[in-house]
Write a protein that binds this ligand. Structure first.
Ligand SMILES: [Zn+2]
Length: 182
């Protein structure tokens, strides 16, 4: 979708755009003026704000999450806080997309910023991560955690967790379809 100066029929604030001349430069539109034909773009990797011509940018069609989650979830009767972790939080650099800390009943979801390498829909991606962490929490609250050593830590096996996170909604729909969900 091309943004053409003077031909903007929608509000482009918040859109993720890239610079046509430097395609690795991806940023979020924080403001624009159709009169001046310029947009202010906050670059995703540095946070630097630059002013560019509307003719020089193009929309990526990507989404940037804006922390729309419920702040809590109940796991087998135990309340967990869902914390959206931004880059200024000391836990942000953990090599994971999310984190389940059963010691304090917290699920951390890292609030990724768009970049040239990002998946387009970070909101959908965050929801996937959240489902994944919820399954970790269910396993923990079921008493399945690191004592699964005997079978190579199957309760912390990432592939198994992903399988459950992806399959459970489908299983749930199948249960409903077959009227056996309760
Ligand atoms: Zn995991």
């Amino acid at each position: 979708m091309q943004i053409v100066s003077g031909d903007i029929t929608r509000d482009i604030t918040g859109e993720i755009v890239y610079l046509k001349a430097y395609k690795q430069m991806v940023g979020e539109v924080t403001g624009y003026s159709t009169e001046k034909g310029t947009a202010t773009v906050k670059l995703c990797d540095t946070g630097l704000e630059i002013t560019v011509s509307l003719d020089d940018i193009e929309s990526t069609g990507s989404t940037q999450p804006h922390r729309a989650f419920n702040s809590e979830v109940h796991i087998l009767g135990t309340r967990y806080s869902i914390c959206i972790i931004d880059e200024d939080d000391y836990r942000y650099d953990r090599e994971a997309d999310g984190w389940c800390d059963p010691s304090v009943k917290e699920i951390l979801i890292f609030n990724y910023k768009q970049s040239a390498e990002s998946v387009k829909d970070l909101i959908a991606y965050q929801k996937k991560v959240l489902r994944h962490e919820i399954v970790h929490a269910f396993l923990y609250e079921s008493g399945l955690w690191q004592n699964a050593y005997g079978s190579k830590c199957w309760a912390e096996n990432e592939e198994m967790i992903d399988w459950m996170a992806i399959q459970i909604p489908k299983i749930q729909r199948a249960y409903k379809e077959a009227y056996c969900d309760e």
